[in-house]
Write a protein that binds this ligand. Structure first.
Ligand code: 5GP
Ligand code: ZN
Length: 111
């Protein structure tokens, strides 16, 4: 999607602090971190949100979680994965992404 922010980051049109990249997945640092470590893990292909995961594209989610496991296992004490979906959850970028948060004790309350 030409105008999608994360598609443009995935295409290299907008710079990002990349921490991992392969043919299907990109991980980069969130521009407004909510924890000492705050990484966004995205499929390079455009999927709008967690509500749009299908049998045809679910392999992309598995690929994202392989990267999450790899990056998260380096975070002492564990980590949290969040995916906001739709306005009630506060999704601001309509391209599926997983927030990987860690590096400190995180808030117990999730909502
Ligand atoms: P959402 O609110 O949709 O769950 O998460 C979107 C995230 O993208 C936010 O945490 C926001 O800080 C981050 N973000 C928005 N624009 C940019 C950008 O241009 N670069 C980077 N690295 N992160 C961004
Ligand atoms: Zn996109």
């Amino acid at each position: 999607m030409a105008q999608c922010l994360f598609c443009r980051i995935a295409a290299g049109e907008i710079p990002a602090q990349k921490v991992y990249e392969d043919d299907a997945v990109l991980a980069f640092r969130d521009i407004n971190p909510q924890a000492p470590v705050h990484i966004l893990v995205i499929p390079k292909a455009h999927v709008e949100s967690a509500a749009c995961i299908t049998p045809e594209n679910s392999h992309l989610v598995a690929r994202c979680f392989q990267v999450i496991a790899q990056l998260g296992s380096q975070l002492e004490g564990g980590f949290r994965v969040v995916s906001n979906c739709g306005p009630n959850a506060g999704q601001t970028v309509p391209h599926l992404h997983f927030h990987l948060l860690g590096g400190a004790q995180l808030a117990v309350q999730m909502a």
